[in-house]
Design a protein around this ligand. Structure first.
Ligand SMILES: *[C@@H]1O[C@H](CO)[C@@H](O)[C@H](O)[C@H]1NC(C)=O
Ligand SMILES: *[C@@H]1O[C@H](CO)[C@@H](O)[C@H](O)[C@H]1NC(C)=O
Ligand SMILES: *[C@@H]1O[C@H](CO)[C@@H](O)[C@H](O)[C@H]1NC(C)=O
Length: 278
């Protein structure tokens, strides 16, 4: 059992090597290196990281020089807008006898249409119908007029309740903004009810078109106060349609915009449900 006697020796030794490792008084080393060695390491890393930071800033600066404030650089070759509705809900369900019940929809439409107010829109350009409004050279892009009163019964002027009180609700359909988009053809909104039901609908404006004059859009910064064209759809429900959930699909048709993508259900189309009770 000579091993037993050796153990304290070993312990002492390992303790002293550990201490020596942290600070060795004989060589003046601190954690295995002399002070000047440490200083060199710090200097090396300082220069190294300084160099990296410099490289990063330089490439970033060069990159930013090539960016344009007004248009994003990378875009899909053929951008396709999604279709959205206002009120911003895909389940429009309400009790037509209870104003509190549909108040949120009415308020939403009112606030959305504020920027389409005729008095506001009269300050904008009267553009040529059926023609793109190209303003490539201009620094500040002009905006084509879209008067809210074009939406007639869905404008909130004659009927402050947008048809919700009479159980014939208005839904506004618009396309998402896409910078530079110029749809070829004649974009129109066509809504249909799923299943074998028939439902009358009124469209405002009557031609249900998104006129070419509202394209192209130049982006938030260059094209301030731009208003998107909208098409209002008034669903002329009858008493027989009450208490039933109807599924309505609206599509943009008559142009080169896609509306039948398998994977993206909002590309060029939108589906929502409507249920009116009383
Ligand atoms: C709708 O609202 C009216 C008035 O508040 C109420 O009498 C009626 O029961 C409501 N209908 C339903 C289906 O909730
Ligand atoms: C447009 O704004 C004016 C003044 O702010 C207001 O009197 C008018 O009722 C508004 N019109 C619509 C349609 O909201
Ligand atoms: C709207 O779409 C339906 C179903 O696809 C079609 O039968 C109808 O002709 C279209 N209406 C118009 C005006 O394009």
């Amino acid at each position: 059992m000579s091993n037993k006697d050796e153990k304290p020796e070993e312990q002492k030794e390992s303790q002293s090597t550990w201490k020596d490792f942290v600070y060795n008084p004989r060589t003046g080393e601190f954690i295995g290196r002399t002070a000047s060695s440490w200083a060199l390491i710090f200097l090396f890393y300082l220069v190294f990281y300084g160099f990296l930071a410099g490289m990063f800033s330089l490439t970033m600066w060069v990159m930013l020089q090539t960016l344009d404030d007004h248009t994003p650089r990378y875009r899909d070759r053929v951008s396709n807008p999604g279709l959205v509705i206002r009120p911003k809900s895909l389940d429009i369900m309400f009790n037509r006898s209870d104003p509190l019940n549909y108040r949120q929809y009415v308020q939403h439409l009112q606030s959305f249409l504020q920027k389409y107010n005729d008095t506001v829109q009269e300050k904008n350009e009267l553009c040529a119908v059926g023609e793109y409004y190209d303003q490539e050279g201009e620094e500040v892009k002009k905006v084509c007029q879209f008067k809210g009163s074009l939406l007639r019964q869905c404008s909130g002027v004659d009927d402050a309740n947008f048809g919700y009180a009479e159980g014939k609700p208005c839904v506004l359909v618009k396309m998402n903004r896409i910078i530079g988009l110029k749809p070829r053809g004649d974009p129109q909104i066509n809504c249909t009810v799923k299943g074998d039901r028939a439902l009358q609908m009124d469209y405002f404006p009557n031609d249900r078109r998104f006129d070419k004059m509202y394209f192209p859009y130049y982006g938030k910064k260059a094209h301030e106060n731009y208003v998107q064209p909208v098409v209002a759809v008034k669903l002329l429900l009858t008493k027989e349609d009450y208490n039933t959930e109807l599924t309505v699909e609206c599509k943009v048709e008559g142009c080169d915009l896609r509306n039948n993508d398998e994977r993206d259900k909002f590309l060029g189309r939108v589906t929502f449900r409507v249920k009116v009770t009383e």
